[in-house]
Design a protein around this ligand. Structure first.
Ligand code: C5P
Length: 403
């Protein structure tokens, strides 16, 4: 999961209702606390049967409320989240609790808090699949969504009662993404952004390929940060394993040619494109349909010739409309980082280029951290150094939005 320091000091109130999935919320609390976010919690009576106040307290969650009465430290416990929290999260949210939220019932600690809270609210349902599909629950969910509550879709799979269907608590990281989105500024609302990420693979035969070590981390960080800030993001991903919020549609590709086709289709509908993918500039001129056998290679020496791949960034730059903005990345070796990057900025008709060295121990491919040089038109130059890729992504968007 990505960490953005922007959220440090924010406050989330978590309401846990009666589901066996309550234990997963402990992981969520740990993850949010490690982002320096303050967490307080309320447990319904049924929720407190599945997780204890002690386990939440041991993680650093405070305060933890479980009764409307009998709590000498809190005179108005039903109002506290409304006064202090930035986001209210109900997770797990049972069918019963969603019904209470939809109907405005206020007969326990958490339902009164929800009713008194006017800020962004997120609910992560968990229940038996029939209960989720029932007309009553679906109608309650629709009512809540109409009122602006973010009700996540439960996951499909095995549920605790032994049935299979849609009703599992959404994955912890998906809940976290949505909570962070509710906390984030909406300064990219309505922007349509294309992001490419990962390597491409150019096959020599069905079992061997030519590629590079890109992991897609920088692109995933750019895409996630933009989505958290309200943008509509579409990712075109080369083969790599990255976690992206479900709210980001993705097109998976293998080769540069496939990436080129996906991007040129999407580009006319975008406000911005941010091409982070490490595209192979060349592909084998000939790709064998059967595996190349070593005993058939004369004297054990293999020779390949390579043909150029299309330059996606250059093509988008050539077809850029006046309202569109284009951001390129450049992975370089050697000392001429700035001059090499400036040549690309001009030649590919970019608004921004983000250049980094990939020949050092830290930074570059597969690393969690990066140091980048950011060049813009009109001689703009900035250096963002020794930070996590998620932090760099957040600050890059700050820079780009400010220009
Ligand atoms: O020229 P160079 O390959 O260094 O440029 C890197 C930038 O161009 C990156 O943003 C990369 O995603 C993009 N690129 C591309 N198509 C290629 C090669 C690179 O879009 N064939």
């Amino acid at each position: 999961m990505l960490h953005f320091s922007h959220f440090a000091g924010s406050r989330i109130h978590v309401g846990l209702t009666g589901s066996v999935a309550c234990y997963k919320i402990l992981d969520l609390c740990r993850e949010l606390l490690s982002n320096d976010i303050w967490i307080s919690a309320s447990l319904t009576e049924a929720g407190s049967r599945f997780v204890t106040t002690d386990s939440l307290r041991a993680l650093g969650v405070s305060p933890i409320l479980s009764s409307l009465f009998e709590d000498p430290d809190h005179s108005f416990p039903h109002l506290e989240p409304a006064q202090q929290a930035d986001v209210l999260l109900v997770a797990p949210a049972t069918a019963n609790f969603l019904a209470k939220m939809a109907w405005g019932l206020a007969d326990d600690i958490l339902s009164t808090q929800v009713l008194a809270f006017s800020g962004p609210t997120v609910a992560a349902p968990a229940m038996n699949p029939n209960m989720w599909q029932s007309a009553a629950t679906q109608s309650n969910v629709a009512t809540l969504r109409e009122r602006g509550v973010t009700v996540l879709e439960p996951e499909a799979g095995d549920v605790a009662c032994g049935e299979v269907g849609k009703g599992r608590l959404p994955e912890v990281k998906e809940i976290e993404y949505n909570v962070l989105r509710a906390l984030a500024p909406r300064d990219m609302e309505g922007m349509r952004i294309l992001v490419t990420l990962g390597p491409t693979r150019e096959h020599l035969d069905p079992v061997r390929y030519w590629s590079n070590p890109s992991t897609g981390k920088m692109g995933a960080a750019m895409a996630t940060a933009a989505w958290l800030r309200g943008a509509e993001v579409h990712c075109v991903c080369g083969p790599c394993a990255v976690d992206l919020p479900h709210g980001i549609p993705t097109t998976s590709v293998q080769t540069a040619q496939q990436m080129y086709e996906a991007c040129t289709d999407l580009w006319p509908h975008q406000d911005m494109a941010c091409l982070c993918a490490a595209v192979c500039d060349f592909r084998p001129a000939y790709s064998y349909t059967d595996k190349i056998k070593k005993d058939r290679v004369p004297e054990g020496e293999m020779n390949f010739s390579f043909a150029p791949n299309p330059d996606i960034l250059y093509t988008l730059g050539r077809n850029k409309k006046p309202f569109q903005r284009l951001i390129g990345f450049a992975a370089e070796t050697g000392k001429n980082l700035e001059s090499e990057a400036r040549i690309k900025l001009d030649r590919k008709n970019l608004d921004w280029i983000v250049a980094n060295r990939v020949d050092r121990e830290s930074g570059g491919f597969a690393s969690e951290e990066n140091s980048v040089l950011v060049l813009g038109g009109a001689g703009h130059a900035d250096h963002l150094g020794n930070e996590t890729k998620s932090e760099i992504a957040w600050r890059l968007w700050d820079l780009i939005l400010r220009s």
